[in-house]
Ligand binder design. Sequence first.
Ligand SMILES: Cc1ncc(C[n+]2csc(CCOP(=O)(O)OP(=O)(O)O)c2C)c(N)n1
Ligand SMILES: CC(=O)[C@@H](O)[C@H](O)COP(=O)(O)O
Ligand SMILES: [Mg+2]
Length: 639
Amino acid sequence: MSSRSQTGASGTPLLDRISGPADVRGLAAHELPALASEIREFLVEAVSRTGGHLGPNLGVVELTIALHRVFDSPRDRLLWDTGHQAYVHKLLTGRKDFERLRSRGGLSGYPSQEESDHDVIENSHASTALSYADGFAKAHQLRGLTDRHVVAIIGDGALTGGMAWEALNNISATKDLPLVIVVNDNGRSYAPTRGGLAEHLTTLRTTQGYERFLEWGKDRLRGTPVIGGPLLDTLHGAKKGLKDFVAPQGLFEDLGLKYVGPVDGHDTAQVESALRRARTFGGPVIVHCITQKGKGHAPAEQHELDQFHAIGAVSAKKKPSGPSWTSVFSEEMVRLGGEREDIVGITAAMLQPVGLEAFAKAYPKRVFDVGIAEQHAVTSAAGLALGGVHPVVAVYATFLNRAFDQVLMDVALHGCGVTFALDRAGATGNDGPSHNGMWDMSILQVVPGLRVAAPRDGARLRALLREAVEVEDAPTVVRYPKGAVEADIEPVASVGGLDVLVRARGVSRVLLVSVGAMARVSLEAAALLAERGVGVTVVDPRWVKPVNSALVGLAAEHELVATVEDNGRVGGVGSAITQALRDARVTTPVREFALTQKFFEHGSRNELLDEAGLTADNIAQTVHESLAAAGAHHLQDVS
Ligand SMILES: Cc1ncc(C[n+]2csc(CCOP(=O)(O)OP(=O)(O)O)c2C)c(N)n1
Ligand SMILES: CC(=O)[C@@H](O)[C@H](O)COP(=O)(O)O
Ligand SMILES: [Mg+2]
């Protein structure tokens, strides 16, 4: 009997009948509540086992059913912003095997063009859907495909991202752009969404009570044309007036966007009716749906922190959860905050995931949650630094990509003392290609003055964070991976600021430069080479940018340099060391071990490291072969 995470069990008779959107449209309206509860039951069982974004998907069950009943995907394009809430969309478009969700060979946790032509946006970086939709709608117009609809579904959190407003600025300027924007407003990212926009959505949301009042009026006055008509008009006028009153200026309507709502996002019929109205407008229109993250699953609904935004796999829960990199950062920040009142924290709507929650509890006035707005976070940090405080900007490594120019021009050009704590750096794995933190040590190489530290364990994370916040005339970066932190690896010596982790027994032929959390793998590789009689000295530079000049001297004394890093190969630390040796006319060959420069299919962190050859066996074998090849070459030279 297949597990419940594959429908077919008797528990999901309606869902079993659905192999695509046409089947969803074929259901009678009275069957839809039962379908919704089957979907919820399926998601709770499946995602609780595999891990994933349970809360966001429980919040869009009725919304997704309605979307697939009103629009004809894939002819009409449904564009999911961030895409973590597309599990229901997958279920309704014929993908029901959630057995290996987010695992290698299983369904991606985000839309995937390879999985289905119902899917478009694969990257899980927020606030992009409206821009895609703008482009799609313009293309349809240019190609005369005016009978095709483009529907963007964007959350209230993603709406706090600057790109969304760049898109709205353009969309609202094109009155005949055939585009439906569904705002999935559950009032939160992880935590409640902050900022003026969120307040505005709240005022719009409060008219929902009046929406119900209007509905009440309609129901009770139906069939009494005289009273019904003028009274309904009065009610409608009251509601309209009220919306103008409670939602002064009607932000969306002021932008020239038609607005439908707010509607109850858990009432399929109401959402369908709103979408059908919106579909006829022929121009850009907002459908504002009020939903609840975690809807229908009490533990999620009641989960104070994030309503089960992202939950771990049940298997992960069984393992004793030792300290994580994030928890080490969190504790050290609280200590630092007590020692220095100039230190402040900045998060982009991820206070708890990046480990600033404890700091916020201790120093509530010294943490700023800017919403999903990394570009603003970075330049605001520059302002804070210029204003005399020391900001620590805590983001996932992959999301800093979005704020590269702000790091370069707003922070580094002005020599601002801003520290960036990059969590989830390196291969994350299960969260898909756009969540790997594999670009930071490449793109940051080109930022003049910026310094990068890569701690190998908790002790080094604490020490390097302290060193970083001492720097007041340049940006500093401390980057570390997801998950459990390595046990401390103490150096056996220090040479010119380099930690020597192991010295070669006898002649040291290879200098192995270990970067950050790759220390364990590097030491294992050195041990394997020692068994083959090859002497290896392993050093950890701690600060990997700028390249430590002591490395150049050491390299000159070795036959081969190997660099091992959890970052993309192009432009990483290995490249920088290779360039430094060339600049110093040191001819020792360098073998760079790093993540292949590609978009990795989702899988576990270890699967990605293995796929990239970042394993002790492969490093040892490749180094041994390189030595042999160099030796043979050397022999050729002298013969
Ligand atoms: C650029 C970027 N920053 C941060 C994140 C992390 N993140 C993923 S989902 C999410 C919250 C999204 O909130 P919302 O758009 O309201 O969707 P909901 O989860 O509420 O359905 C965040 C901050 C991201 N995916 N992209
Ligand atoms: C969708 C998104 O970007 C976040 O929810 C992310 O998936 C969280 O990643 P972690 O689970 O590693 O915190
Ligand atoms: Mg939300």
